[in-house]
Design a protein around this ligand. Structure first.
Ligand code: ADP
Ligand code: MG
Ligand code: ZN
Length: 632
């Protein structure tokens, strides 16, 4: 709706502009001499020329306004002129005027000379009337449309900013009424943002102690997960002004306007501080600067301006810049440096509990039959985003209306799941119950093999919520402390863990799926490196057989050996991976019951912590495995 709103407002302004132009044309024909005899417009270079010829006697400028009125001659032969300073020449112009002994007059806004009064009456008044009408129409239109929350209009671009500053409009966050309560789930994101809220509420407390305050945070996550919503909620929670602009809006402007707009935005923010500046889709401006040959100068300028503003603004006042993106990897590294968007807040797709909570929030807005079970809906929509879920509720309400009902029924909801999900199947990954089961066993397989290895890092999280990366789930292992050397045994264990997913599928379903492709790739790479680079195979020993192709691009390796050896290497690699595979199969066979139990639990909960996992695995119910003693 923001877009629409903006467009409408822009066309509204266009009408007004046309009206003004029409008026000017008419007035010029009615009293054609009024203006011409009074003030003649000249362009800047002409003005400079006249000064240099010592024709100019007096120059008047209004503080902060690039227009200069000046006169030539004296007494009866006095003539009035007007010009607009060329951008950036204020200082040099002043110098020039001084050199030529021009009387320099400086005024503060609304001077009332005869001339100005006349101009005001003949032009200003009607313009005001037109603007008034326009504003009134605009408001009516917006009311009719239902105002759609804060949207910032930078439409001032037309006419090259003839109206001076951008006619930015901002609404207090509070007025949107969005708070953290309106954002379901996303507890981790909210927690990270809480600090920003308390900083905005009380910037002094932070500066007093000398703490470096957060300047910017990057909300990273797939579309529709509530990034915009969260940013608004931060403003709402802190009760501060919320400035919103889309990254693309910076770029689509006339050349040179993007950087100016950034400057403008921060200037406005500075006046309204404490406040939040929210830059949506920052990847539109913040793309890495060096990647493509056809560099976009405009975008680069804008980005540079943004960077320098972020470094420059006075943070004691409490300005926080939030930005959202779903493609963090494309961002320019300079944006992520300390003091800029150094905080990264992941906003992930909701899990089962999150989905139910989101459904509940949106269900509160529509009338429902008693006894509706939102849990069923949540369970049937793994992989759906918050926006999808909001849409499901809305579709259900529409369906109820279509059938002439006054309340939404369970059936409406179920039907709308199909509508929304089927319509979105390409966009978001929604697993069928069977797929979900397979993924659960697959991930549990990884986790159990990992837990049963001596040197493996502990499992910290298992999830089957699909990621934007395309992964259908993952098992996260976090090393207790950093280490830089990997032993041969650890490498072998790692391969076994990577094989654990496929092994579980084979064991339970007796079939293979494509879900293991990434595991296979990693396991093979590791095995190959063991043989060709790390000298870890019995057969070849400490001979370098390959070279890393590119250390930085993370490419594979290039073989530096004869063809015959290459074949043997392949066999060796195969043997290493197969060994891991067999190990994984054995481990899982021995812990079959735990595998079932944990996989079922995971399927139900979608995300489980390492702790929950270990609790079930080691619970003494007769099936608990003998755990290996932790590695030294
Ligand atoms: P993003 O900016 O990440 O693309 P939005 O913040 O624009 O997503 O979310 C779109 C809509 O989806 C929101 O207006 C809201 O109605 C709904 N929504 C998304 N996530 C949540 C959530 N966690 N809780 C409640 N509603 C949500
Ligand atoms: Mg958004
Ligand atoms: Zn896997």
């Amino acid at each position: 709706m923001d877009m629409n709103d903006n467009k409408r407002r822009r066309s509204m302004l266009l009408y007004i502009l046309i009206a003004i132009v029409a008026y000017l044309m008419i007035s010029q024909t009615i009293y054609p001499n009024l203006r011409a005899t009074q003030v003649q417009k000249v362009d800047y270079s002409q003005f400079v020329e006249m000064v240099e010829k010592d024709e100019v006697t007096q120059a008047t400028s209004i503080y902060g306004n690039p227009e200069v009125t000046f006169t030539t001659g004296e007494g009866d032969s006095q003539k009035f002129y007007e010009t607009v300073l060329y951008y950036g020449t204020e200082e040099s112009t002043a110098q020039l005027l001084e050199e030529h002994d021009v009387q320099m007059v400086s005024e503060i806004q609304d001077t009332s000379g005869d001339l100005w009064l006349m101009l005001l009456i003949s032009y200003g008044l009607p313009i005001l009337v037109f603007l008034g009408i326009g504003w009134w129409l605009n408001r009516r239109m917006k009311k009719a449309m239902g105002d759609d929350g804060p949207s910032m209009n930078f439409g001032g671009g037309f006419g090259g900013g003839g109206l001076g500053k951008s006619n930015a409009k901002e609404i207090k966050g509070e007025e949107t009424g969005v708070t953290f309560k309106d954002v379901a789930g996303q507890d981790e994101a909210k927690e990270s943002l809480q600090e920003i809220v308390s900083f905005l509420k009380n910037p002094d407390k932070y500066t007093e102690i000398g703490a470096r305050c957060p300047r910017g945070a990057l909300l990273v996550g797939p579309p529709g997960t509530g990034k915009t919503l969260l940013a608004k909620a931060v403003a709402g929670e802190a009760g501060v002004t919320f400035f919103q602009i889309a990254g693309s809006a910076f770029v689509e402007m006339f050349v040179g306007r993007g950087a100016a707009k950034v400057r403008d935005l921060f200037k406005q923010a500075n006046e309204k501080a404490p406040c939040i500046i929210f830059i949506d889709e920052i990847d539109a401006v913040g793309k890495r600067r060096d990647t493509s040959l056809s560099s976009n100068d405009e975008r680069e300028q804008t980005l540079n301006q943004l960077l320098s503003e972020m470094d420059g603004f006075d943070n004691h006042k409490g300005i926080v810049v939030l930005a959202a993106t779903n493609r963090p990897e494309t961002l320019d590294q300079a944006l992520l440096r300390p003091g800029r968007f150094d905080r990264r807040i992941p906003v992930e797709l909701p899990d089962l509990a999150g989905r139910e909570a989101i459904l509940k929030i949106h269900a509160d807005d529509v009338k429902m039959e008693p006894g509706i079970d939102l849990g069923v809906i949540a369970r049937s929509t793994p992989g759906a985003s918050g926006a999808d879920l909001a849409n499901i509720i809305n579709e259900a309400a529409l369906r109820a209306v279509r059938f002439g009902r006054r309340r939404v029924t369970q059936e409406d909801l179920l039907e709308s799941v199909d509508v929304v999900i089927a319509g979105e199947k390409k966009k978001s990954t929604v697993l069928s119950p069977h797929e979900k089961e397979v993924v659960s066993y697959h991930e549990t397989g990884h986790a159990i093999v990992a837990a049963m290895q001596k040197g493996s890092a502990p499992v910290s999280k298992i999830t089957i919520v699909p990621r934007t990366s395309g992964a259908l789930g993952f098992t996260m292992q976090v090393e207790e402390d950093e280490h830089f050397l990997t032993t041969r045994q650890e490498a072998k264990d790692k391969i076994a863990v990577l094989c654990g997913g496929r092994a579980a599928e084979e064991l339970i379903f007796g079939e293979m799926t494509t879900g293991a492709s990434n595991d296979i790739e990693k396991a093979t790479q590791l095995a190959r490196a063991m043989v060709t680079q790390y000298g870890m195979s019995d057969k070849f020993g400490m001979v370098q057989l390959g070279q890393p192709a590119s250390r930085y691009l993370g490419g594979g390796s290039q073989l530096t050996c004869s063809e015959g050896t290459a074949q043997e290497i392949d066999a060796e690699v195969q043997a290493l991976v197969e060994e891991g595979h067999q190990n994984a199969l054995r481990t899982l066979r021995e812990n079959r019951f735990k595998l079932h139990e944990i996989a079922h639990y995971l399927q139900k909960k979608e995300t489980i912590t390492g702790e929950e996992f270990m609790n079930i695995l080691t619970r003494d119910d007769g099936f608990a495995p003998k755990m290996p003693t932790p590695a030294e």
